[in-house]
Design a protein around this ligand. Sequence first.
Ligand SMILES: [Fe+2]
Ligand SMILES: [Fe+2]
Length: 233
Amino acid sequence: MKVAALGDLHVKEDHAAPYRELFGEISRAADVLVLTGDLTDLGKPREAEILAEDLRACAIPVVAVLGNHDYESGCPDEVAKILKNAGVRLLDGQAIEIDGVGFVGVKGFVGGFGRRMLGAFGEPAIKAMVAESMNEAMRLENAMRQVRSRRAVVVLHYAPTPDTVEGEPLEIFPFLGSSRLAETIDRFRVSAVLHGHAHRGRYEGRTPGGAPVYNVAQHIPKPTGRPYALIDV
Ligand SMILES: [Fe+2]
Ligand SMILES: [Fe+2]
C-alpha cells in the first residue's frame, strides 16, 4: 500500500481551494491519504468547510487526526463533524482497517522526551498536564489493541521522539511531543509512525524500539520533493 501523508495544512478562512490540486495529485500517486492534524489554522468551522470542499478532489480514503490548532476556537467537535461528513476517517483513540492495513490515531500531547520528560510532581496544574500526556498514550494503547492486521500505521499530531523535531529550537522540544507515545508504540509491531506539529523538524527518525517515524508537516523537505510524503507500507 502506498500511503501519502501530509500534516499542518493550517487552512485559513480567506484561502480559496488551497489543497484542491494537491489532493488530485495525491489521489493519482497513493492508495490512502493520511492527514496528521492542524488541518485548520484556528479551529474555525468555516476553515473546516473549506478543507472539506477541497477533499472532494480526493478520490482515495482519507485518514486523519486533529492537531492543537483545531482546538483553538473551542469547537473541535464541530470541526470533526464537518470533516467526517466529508468522508474523512477521523481517529481519536480508534483503529480502522483499510485493505489489510490497520490505522491507529490519537492527537497525542506535549511533555518532553526521554529522561527529561515532565514528571507528575508539584502543583496540580503540572500534574494535570502530565495526566493528559499519559492519557493520550493510554488511548493509543487501547486503540493499538484493536488492530488485527499484520501491518499497522500510527497517526499522531505530536511527535513520539526527539529525532524528528531536531531543527526546532531546543527550548520548545518539550512542547512538540512526548516519549510516552513511543513507549506505547514500542510495545507493538508498527510499520510506520506519522506525525506533524514540528514545522521545522526533520523528516525521518525512529522510536527507541526502532519503529520508523516520519514528520510529514508540509513544510518539511521530503524525498518526494512535494509537500506530502509517500510511504510504502
Ligand atoms: Fe502546525
Ligand atoms: Fe500543531
